[in-house]
Write a protein that binds this ligand. Sequence first.
Ligand code: S3P
Length: 439
Amino acid sequence: MTATQSGPLKGSVRVPGDKSISHRALILGSLAVGETVIDGLLEGDDVLSTAAVLRALGATIERDKAGGWHVHGFGVGGFGEPAQVLDHGNSGTGVRLMMGAAATTPITATFTGDTSLCRRPMRRVIEPLEMFGAEIHAREGGRLPLTLKGARMAIPVTFRLPVASAQVKSAVLLAGLNAPGRTTVLEAQATRDHTERMLQHFGATVSREAADGGLTAIHVEGQPELRPQNVRVPADPSSAAFPLVAALLVPGSNIRLDGVMLNPTRAGLIDVLRRMGANIAVENRRNESGEDIADLVVQTSALKGVEVEPEIAPSMIDEYPILAVAAAFAQGRTMMRGLAELRVKESDRLAAVAEGLKKCGAKFEIGEDWLAVDGAGPLAGGATVATNMDHRIAMSFLIAGLASKAPIKVDDTRFVATSFPTFVPLMKQLGAQFRIDNR
Ligand code: S3P
């Protein structure tokens, strides 16, 4: 697909439901006895593979004609042994959270995924899950496919996160659900807290307190009876980031993004863009299902380069590819540090962004865990960018193409459907020009 210079973007849209919350709503609904109803679930491939895995473990999950999702769960510890291999496709969140949820239930299950997921590190979850008593046999280097034998007599665990990862934190908390007593995760940097919030929403006891060495301790009390809930999934800020940056870059734009989640552990990009000079108004702040949401009104803005501190990386970890694009169109240097985790996402995102920027004519410097982009107004474009099975690389460079001097082509858009299946029609509705290339 190729993106070409577009007229002003105008209009009001709501991006699909948050991916992190969608996975968690399906998982916790499956661990509660009775019917959980989810509105606004992200119907992207990643979330649909989590639903398929939960069905294979015994849950009943159905979509009604109005788009509501009905989950009939089997209670904490109620998973049945799956007959087939559990395939999580492209989704690191799906597989890591489900490994956690299965680790303290006495079943044996084999997990796999696509070639991107089979390259990603799983030792970060294998190690804490083995502490609960699970047995896990992975491929060389702690990679998928792997077979997990859940603990028959699980023991609760205290675990310090080796990396700032909400997926690892969540895997441990979900495993702790079926261990008697208190499981504790210690984290040095705040990561997204949707698992904690939603566990509380479903009736589990979760608490947090300051611990030694500047750490935060997050506790979950094991073996609760989870009660089914209604969940309304807010619009995903990581998806909203694409039309938002597009409106900042395409001259004369003015758009409204409805109901975007502004949980502080996810809202880093908005703060950084505002420091760069972005005109983003936050309107109608409200609370839905325990999450802060608001409408965002975005107008084209002249951006300038800024320093992005490593401390805020977890609150915008998925937004660096699109921030790097915004930085290339800004005036001056944007320095982004603390990016080591970008190397182990759906692709090596730091390398993929750098490669794409280079092809499009941007100036930058790159290190092992940092990127400095020297912005100089509209990109030259006129290039084909490799997506490497990574949805956010594909969307970031399609957005860049809307404001570049010459069109930008991305070689593969299939993976956009993992997180933002309506990306193309929604952007076209705002005025974006995309064309499908002849093979
Ligand atoms: C997610 C956590 C993040 C993020 C991913 C979703 C989650 O990964 O990149 O897209 O839902 O917990 P890490 O926690 O591994 O950084």
